[in-house]
Design a protein around this ligand. Structure first.
Ligand SMILES: Cc1ncc(COP(=O)(O)O)c(C=O)c1O
Length: 376
């Protein structure tokens, strides 16, 4: 199978990720922070190591404010529901995933302004500025779109929010691990991330980071292994926000994923993915029956190429690619309906190819040959 669905979750995972998870599961996978025996202590200490790796990787000041979650959706829900209160105004963008848009829809008593995007999926920082009001508590902007790959102007938005004293949250689901992120330099107050995409951890991992000083109401109450005589949920980081047994082996895998990126170099990963995307774009560009969406300049996006084939609906195209050619892509709305409205594909959806570091030039040649047959 040629796997071109890395924007959903990366595959394969690096060998070291699998090896360290297997070692954990076979040698010391106890429940961290609950019991005091050696295995539980070892697990707790490895999980702390993972918090430190994440903090170093994104230049966060306090590893204890890295809250482990099961995916980016949980991270975003925790931040949105734990920060916003009735009467608050929030500004977000048309390029957001449903894991931002749906929790905002559910919340009662808050006002939401959605900043529009252009045909390439880009938004302007000055439109964000115009949308602000005296009651704006939070601005949420994805770092890069999961529909078009478009990189959004988070540096400008971060600067703007810091100047105005408004909290700024970035959804780094499509960028963490492929675009450098320095949360202090970029004025990011809150970072929501999956662990299973370009950070190469397994599914079931993610995290939320909040800069010191930001208060948060927990999303769930339960066992934390601390203050156990109290019936009330503690409000300290990280335990207060990680009720229940954490995904220890997954977190160990996530740490190895970050080490894999550090070993290879983020620039190497980015350059290879750009090369693959450029080959795919050039090839598709020569096929008259294919329409490509999003930025044509690969430096303005992450490794995503979204398109439609004239006369074939996107689900059928994805099905044919899978069954006839052994190529894995994703079709439909990609959980981002407003982004599809922006690029003009609402009502029809589109096919998304998202290559990764393990794809080869041979994969590209076979994919282009398959698309030539399908579209010809
Ligand atoms: C931009 C964006 N945000 C959030 C999510 C949700 O991520 P998860 O599946 O880890 O919950 C995704 C998943 O594709 C995404 O692309």
């Amino acid at each position: 199978m040629i796997y071109l669905d890395n924007a959903a979750t990366t595959f394969p995972k690096p060998r070291k990720v699998v090896a360290e998870m297997t070692h954990c599961l076979t040698h010391y996978c106890a429940n961290p922070g609950r019991s005091g025996h050696d295995m539980a202590s070892k697990m707790a200490s490895r999980i702390y190591d993972a918090r430190e790796s994440i903090a170093d990787f994104f230049n966060m000041t306090d590893p204890l404010r890295v809250v482990f979650t099961s995916n980016a959706t949980e991270s975003l829900n925790l931040a949105i529901k734990g920060i916003l209160k009735p009467g608050d105004h929030v500004v977000t963008t048309a390029m957001e995933h449903n894991s931002v848009l749906r929790p905002l829809k559910e919340l009662k008593g808050i006002r939401v302004t959605v900043v529009p995007a252009d045909k390439e999926g880009c938004i302007l920082a000055r439109d964000v500025e115009t949308a602000l009001s005296p009651s704006t508590k939070l601005v949420i902007c994805t770092h890069s779109s999961n529909v078009t790959g478009t990189i959004l102007p988070i540096n400008e938005i971060g600067r703007l929010c810091r100047k105005k004293g408004i909290l700024f949250m970035t959804d780094a689901s499509q960028s963490a691990g492929v675009i450098p992120i320095d949360i202090q330099a970029q004025n990011i107050d809150i970072l929501a991330c999956p662990g299973h995409k370009s950070l190469f951890g397994p599914p079931g991992t993610g995290f939320l980071y909040l800069r010191p000083g930001i208060e948060l109401v927990p999303l769930k109450e339960g066992g934390t292994g601390t203050d156990s005589a109290s019936l009330y949920q503690p409000r300290y980081f990280p335990e207060g926000y990680e009720a229940g047994t954490v995904n220890g082996p997954g977190i160990i895998g996530l740490r190895e994923g970050i080490k894999f990126i550090e070993g290879l170099g983020m620039e190497t990963i980015q350059q290879w993915e750009r090369h693959i995307i450029e080959m795919l774009s050039d090839g598709l560009g020569n096929m008259p029956n294919i329409q490509i969406y999003g930025p044509s300049d690969p430096s303005k996006k992450t490794a995503i190429l979204t398109f439609n084939i004239k006369g074939i609906d996107c689900e059928t195209a994805a099905h044919e690619l899978n069954h006839r050619f052994g190529i894995a892509v994703r079709a439909g709305y990609h959980c981002a309906p407003l982004a599809h409205k922006a690029i003009g594909t609402y009502g029809i959806g589109a096919v998304r190819m998202s290559p990764g570091i393990f794809n080869t030039e041979e994969d590209v040649r076979k994919t282009l040959a398959a698309l030539q047959k399908l579209s010809g």
